[in-house]
Design a protein around this ligand. Structure first.
Ligand SMILES: [Zn+2]
Length: 381
């Protein structure tokens, strides 16, 4: 199946659609659980399917360092290697280079760094990040982009360099797609792979507009909004998304990277975003924090020691159908690994159920009502 996207319903800026990839169809707006090293932390692929995920994320930096994209390519690509046969999106690895690797040094060519695992000297360039993802064979590959503060001093330099890197990454992908014999060192494991450009520009709206034009010129299958959820106030994030998303091509899915809390998802769908990912539901689960229709629930709190209610009475997941807050609190306090598993199952189900309800609401023209009701019951505290 070639990559395609169709918008089926709209309500204001909110869009419902269908994304088709070589490994299957994804209903949008969608949330993509993060499977950094080829697994969603704490749960099996079967759990990931059971909670309703149609696409997951893989991490280029981590998989390149261990077990290596050469090994994964020899195994037939990430789908064959991991046994997850639905769509996969891989990030470019840039974010992890700047946040995890030692002594990352950036030049116009790319970035050199020392592996956080064994100190080995590694290099990542727009072309190399494209090659790695071609070997991984994800359905959607992301371009390497330049983060603000990582080697450049201001949002304009980062945005302009990202646009130059985007053109190089696109040229490399087209070369691998059209003339794979010219790069015999790369095993292309998914010839139908799509590639997304990334819009940068920090919180400067004019720079965001320039970045949209410069990145769209390279002719990607679609585009992501990057460089947000990095500590800016939430209303500023909403403003940048509301400004940028409607400028992106109408017939391509719009991906907001690394966001966020459940109320952020609703607000950004309202501003035209179709795809999300975030470590929040899985990471917070491992820290004992549940996201529920009423808001955040911290399971270790003493008030739940004899609470026989399900974690979220409004949730239909395996955890909520089967276990009490008291039992989950006991598992968490005792350090049982099952606690992380059961809390992760709930949090991901909650996120995916929320996206399901958002899609239904857009289809029925009641998204505005859902948005209003959600804010009345969901509390971040
Ligand atoms: Zn649940």
């Amino acid at each position: 199946m070639p990559f395609s996207f169709t918008v089926t319903y709209t309500e204001g800026q909110a869009r419902r659609g269908v994304l088709t990839t070589p490994h299957g169809v994804v209903q949008t707006p969608c949330f993509m659980p993060v499977g950094t090293r080829g697994a969603v932390k704490g749960i099996t692929h079967r759990d990931v399917e059971d909670v309703g995920a149609e696409i997951i994320l893989g991490n280029t930096y981590h998989l390149h360092l261990r077990p290596g994209d050469d090994l994964i390519a020899r195994a037939g690509g990430l789908h064959a290697f991991t046994g997850w046969h639905k769509p996969i999106l891989t990030d470019s690895g840039g974010y992890q280079v700047f946040s995890l690797a030692d002594r990352a040094k950036v030049t116009e060519e790319g970035v050199t760094f020392r592996s956080h695992l064994d100190g080995a000297l590694c290099a990542l360039s727009p072309e190399k990040a494209t090659d790695i993802q071609s070997q991984l064979g994800s359905d959607i590959a992301m371009v390497l982009d330049q983060l603000i503060g990582a080697g450049v001093r201001d949002p304009r330099s980062a945005m302009e360099r990202s646009a130059r890197w985007a053109r190089r990454a696109r040229a490399r992908l087209l070369q691998l797609r059209e003339d794979p014999k010219s790069a015999p060192e790369v095993i292309v494991t998914n010839p139908g792979q799509a590639q997304f450009g990334i819009i940068q520009g920090g919180t400067d709206l004019a720079l965001r507009t320039e970045s949209v034009q410069a990145t769209a010129d390279a002719g990607f299958e679609s585009y992501a909004i990057g460089g947000l959820s990095v500590g800016e106030p939430v209303d500023v994030m909403y403003e940048v998304v509301g400004h940028t998303a409607p400028q992106l091509p109408e017939h391509s899915p719009r991906y907001l990277m690394g966001t966020g809390m459940p109320d952020d998802l609703i607000e950004c769908v309202a501003r035209g975003v179709d795809m999300f990912d975030c470590v929040l539901p899985t990471r917070n689960a491992r820290n004992g924090q549940l996201l529920t229709w009423a808001g955040v629930l911290v399971i270790k709190n003493a008030q739940y020691a004899e609470d026989r209610q399900p974690p979220d009475p409004g949730c239909g997941c395996y955890t909520c159908r089967t276990f009490s807050r008291a039992y989950l609190r006991h598992l968490f306090m005792a350090g049982e690994m099952t606690a992380a598993t059961l809390l992760t199952v709930h949090n991901l189900y909650f996120y995916l159920d929320l996206m399901h309800r958002i899609r239904d609401a857009i289809g029925f023209g009641s998204f505005g009502k859902l948005r209003q009701e959600f804010h009345q019951t969901f509390s971040r505290r």
